[in-house]
Design a protein around this ligand. Structure first.
Ligand SMILES: NC(=O)c1ccc[n+]([C@@H]2O[C@H](COP(=O)([O-])OP(=O)(O)OC[C@H]3O[C@@H](n4cnc5c(N)ncnc54)[C@H](O)[C@@H]3O)[C@@H](O)[C@H]2O)c1
Ligand SMILES: [Zn+2]
Ligand SMILES: [Zn+2]
Length: 396
């Protein structure tokens, strides 16, 4: 089958690889009809290379049709249409039963000290072949895949695999008070949804984003927007009676623009051999912190900072004085996808499309065009905001 593979920093290629097969009784094979590129794939593309291997199959936002099920699978049958969450979780362990599926104790990657295994996400998360491919092997298929109806287009459902529950969790964790103000840094796909969810839940939302077409998209959904500058925190205070927003979602993560020191460190690490680079990343501060520090500066005293964006350094410098003095609460983590999908499914099916899931995708291309799609999405050229690959071909 065809699959999108990692070949090196900023280098992906479409290769022919063996079709996946059922390996455990609880596996299913899904024929992928749509599979998106995520901001997290960009971290693998750019800075997490030391954890990738040539030929690793990428992708963790897939949906499609069940093609085959193992003898232990009872909830799914061949022909079911499913969205596959990016976490691989068992559904029955201590963590899964407490809504912490991203920490699943059955699939945790112990040799790396990581949480639940993830599709297509480097050796840090189990080196599981990903879903930017014609077919995907799905472990624990009785629990993970979300069954969806057959009438609405893929675009309605696809984002349940990751970015919609991620944004939902980010906003829930932000704990915005009634009539509160939510600031969302980054209006990429995750930030778009976080901002729209904030509106949907009745809050005033201010989005911060350097790319004009991303600000324009958010404006269409009633979001106030500003550019990111060194005075962003001050600007946010001036928009909120001098106090700052009640809560902030950081939907940017470790590759934030405006952090020259972190950018230099990330680049330098990129030139080291993998094992050494891993050591440096695990013991050094390899995050770009402009957004994180701006969020801490901007949030009002006693407010909450919720990190949806992924961070990876272990000595990332943090302004402890401000954090303590301002009594800031922090929440963060990979999304527990399955915790939120039952709540979100009826919302994406509503005819009025309240979260605007049909106003996010800017590019729908065949899987062969993945290398160019990655470039455009990373460089934000050609108006790319959300790119969806169609392994079975693009309908004309
Ligand atoms: N926690 C999770 O489970 C989870 C799931 C999915 C994605 N993510 C993470 O969420 C983040 C966003 O993902 P995405 O798909 O929206 O990707 P993206 O890369 O398109 O979004 C990042 C956005 O931040 C903007 N940005 C960069 N520097 C900025 C700055 N200084 N101020 C404000 N905005 C700035 C970029 O222009 C871009 O629009 C990534 O870190 C991704 O890894 C986390
Ligand atoms: Zn993702
Ligand atoms: Zn589990």
């Amino acid at each position: 089958m065809k699959a999108v593979t990692w070949q090196g920093k900023r280098n992906v290629s479409v290769e022919n690889v063996p079709d996946p097969t059922i390996q455990e009784p609880t596996d299913a094979i899904v024929r992928i009809t749509s599979t998106a590129i995520c901001g997290s794939d960009l971290h693998l593309y750019e800075v997490l290379g030391p954890y990738m291997h040539k030929g690793d199959v990428l992708g963790h936002e897939p949906m499609g049709i069940v093609e085959e099920v193992g003898p232990g699978v009872t909830n799914l049958k061949v022909g079911d249409r499913v969205v596959v969450p990016f976490n691989i979780s068992c559904g029955y362990c201590y963590m899964c039963t407490r809504g912490l599926q991203s920490q699943c104790e059955t699939t945790q990657v112990h040799d790396k000290g990581s949480g639940a295994a993830l599709f297509g996400f480097s050796e840090l998360y189990g080196s599981v072949p990903g879903g930017q491919a014609e077919y995907l092997r799905v472990p624990f298929a009785d629990y993970g895949p979300v069954k969806v109806g057959s009438e609405l287009p893929d675009e309605r459902y696809l984002y349940l695999s990751d970015i919609l529950p991620t944004a939902w969790q980010g906003v829930k964790y932000a704990d915005v008070p009634q009539d509160g103000v939510l600031a969302v840094y980054g209006l990429g796909p995750v930030g778009q949804f976080a901002a729209r969810i904030g509106k949907y839940l009745g809050h005033r939302v201010i989005g911060i984003e350097p790319v004009p077409e991303r600000r324009a998209m958010a404006k269409r959904h009633g979001i106030e927007t500003i550019d990111f500058t060194k005075d962003t925190a001050e600007e946010l205070r001036s928009m909120t009676n001098g106090r700052g927003p009640d809560a902030v979602v950081d939907a940017v993560g470790m590759e934030a623009h405006g952090s020259p020191v972190g950018a230099f460190a990330q680049n330098a690490v990129g030139f080291l051999p993998d094992k050494l680079a891993q050591k440096v990343m695990e013991s050094g501060g390899s995050d770009r912190v402009a957004v994180l520090h701006s969020a801490i500066d901007a949030v009002r005293r006693g407010g909450t900072v919720s990190l949806s964006g992924v961070y990876g350094g272990s000595v990332t410098p943090m302004p402890m004085l401000s954090m303590f003095d301002k009594q800031i609460q922090f929440r963060m983590g990979q999304c527990n996808v399955r915790r939120w999908t039952d709540e979100l499914l009826p919302i994406v099916e509503e005819p009025s499309d309240p979260l605007g899931v049909t106003d996010l995708m800017t590019h729908e291309v065949s899987i062969d065009e993945a290398p160019a799609a990655y470039r455009n999405f990373q460089k934000k050229t050609d108006g790319a905001i959300k790119v969806v690959l169609k392994p079975q071909g693009v309908a004309v």
